[in-house]
Design a protein around this ligand. Structure first.
Ligand code: ARG
Length: 457
């Protein structure tokens, strides 16, 4: 039965139904729909809009539908959307009293409510997976404490750093994602129910009761906005998109660092793939696939932004397009976060290669300049002197580490015998003890702080 058939002489065309129906995807809202209806019915009974016994019957009916869907006894099919499905079922089960459930409600405030309930749950799931990933990254940072690796700018070797610093940088990103999702979830928890079709209702409803019953912070203050607002969808998709951006960057680094050319990390066989033709290959399909899925999630964000752009107030059927993208983004981002959390512990460090790379290509040149500057030479001059040393090394086939103290002294009398120790990769990394720096001691402090901040969620 259509919820709106009274007005029509003829039944809807099959093609219209196929095109219009949202049940094939909004069946996912069944829990939210029943939970929302339970709260609505209880409020209707409490406010005397329907009789208390009627509210009780509706409650029993809704609970039996919930149980039967949960157990698989009841298949979700044969209706325009999840709201029609649940209501039809209710009437089949408890008779005409079921028809009172929709008093003081429209599908417009109903679907907005259902989707907010659903997205609140999606935020909780996102946060749980982000937390798992951060824990994994923190373990990697701890394992990385005893290694050094080069840090890069312009993808050119820049300065040596403790390897834990690399993983903590990603923990910082994902912790921001966690915080962002928690903040978005707060804005998502504003209740549209009671907005009616668009203008509220003439029944003496109590929207605070429903809000409280559903765990929402408050009812929305404008019914017109209440039924048409999908900012919470855009926000969730943005949160997913930025988390995917962070994942994609991590993937790119892992892909690079596991190449033969870099060779800093190795992914275990269990989390690597091979080639059908080249027997020697070990491919990083997991990070590549995550990187590849990022565009798809961005696509869903752009789609909802485009859907709500230029949409006149209040509800328009365009808004039915708010769901599929979100469901897909949810699936993608959570599977990416969880496979990444699972794969990270499977990465081993190639300590010798990392150290060699951290000292190679004059990665410690800044430290030579700093050495001179700390002995009184103005930094600009120290920079220029070190530049000359680098040029000399290149022409003589030397490295900053193979130069003797005597070699250094030819460039400045400020050099002492301790310069040869000062240009070792580990010493250079561990000298960067400024707050937030790449020294192992700072990385340890960063790990402690991250763990503390993580506990808030
Ligand atoms: N399936 C619809 C949606 O997802 C439910 C709301 C229908 N409201 C309406 N006025 N036709 O948006």
């Amino acid at each position: 039965m259509k919820l709106w058939e009274g007005r029509f002489d003829e039944p809807a065309a099959k093609s219209l139904e196929q095109f219009n129906d949202s049940l094939p995807f909004d069946y996912r809202l069944w829990r939210a729909d029943i939970i929302g209806s339970l709260a609505h019915a209880e409020m209707l009974g409490g406010c005397g809009i329907i009789a208390a016994e009627e509210a009780e019957k509706i409650k029993d009916g809704l609970e039996s539908i919930y149980a039967d869907i949960e157990s698989g006894k009841l298949k979700i099919e044969g209706a325009e959307d999840i709201h029609s499905f649940v209501e039809n079922q209710l009437v089949t089960r408890i008779g005409d009293v079921g028809k009172k459930l929709h008093t003081a409600r429209s599908r417009n405030d109903q679907v907005a409510t259902d989707f907010r309930i659903y997205v609140s749950g999606a935020h909780a799931e996102l946060q749980a997976n982000l937390k798992r990933l951060i824990s994994s990254l923190l373990d990697m940072a701890e394992r990385g404490l005893k290694y050094i690796m080069p840090g890069y700018t312009h993808l050119r070797k820049a300065q040596p750093m403790c390897a834990g610093h690399f993983f903590n940088a990603y923990s910082e990103m994902f912790l921001r994602d966690l915080e962002r999702s928690a903040q978005s979830a707060e804005r998502c928890a504003i209740l549209p129910l009671g907005s009616g079709a668009l203008a509220g209702t003439s029944y003496p409803i109590d929207r605070r009761v429903t809000a409280e019953r559903l765990g929402f912070k408050a009812p929305c203050e404008n019914s017109l906005d209440g039924v048409s607002d999908r900012d919470f969808v855009a926000e969730y998709l943005f949160d997913c998109s930025l988390a995917m951006a962070h994942l994609s960057r991590l993937c790119e680094d892992i892909i690079l660092y596991t190449t033969e050319e870099f060779g800093f990390f190795e992914i275990s066989d269990r989390y690597s793939t091979g080639s059908s033709i080249m027997p020697q290959k070990k491919n990083p399909d997991i990070p590549e696939l995550i990187r590849g899925k990022t565009g798809r999630v961005y696509g869903h964000l752009v789609a909802i932004l485009t859907t709500i752009k230029a949409l006149p107030l209040a509800y328009n059927k365009d808004l039915q397009e708010d769901k599929e993208g979100l469901f897909d983004a949810q699936l993608q981002v959570n599977s990416c976060l969880s496979i990444m959390a699972e794969m990270l512990p499977e990465i081993s460090f190639r300590g010798a290669k990392m150290k060699k790379a951290a000292e190679g290509e004059f990665c410690c040149a800044t430290d030579v300049a700093d050495y001179l500057a700390k002995k009184g030479m103005p930094f600009r001059d120290a920079h220029s002197t070190t530049g000359k040393i680098v040029r000399y090394c290149i022409s003589e086939g030397k490295t900053l580490q193979s130069m003797t103290a005597e070699d250094y002294k030819k460039f400045s009398p400020l050099f002492g015998d301790d310069i040869t120790e000062a240009v070792k990769g580990k010493a250079c990394a561990d000298a960067r003890t400024s707050y937030g720096g790449a020294a192992a001691s700072c990385v340890k402090a960063n790990i402690r702080s991250l763990k503390k901040r993580l506990k808030k969620y």
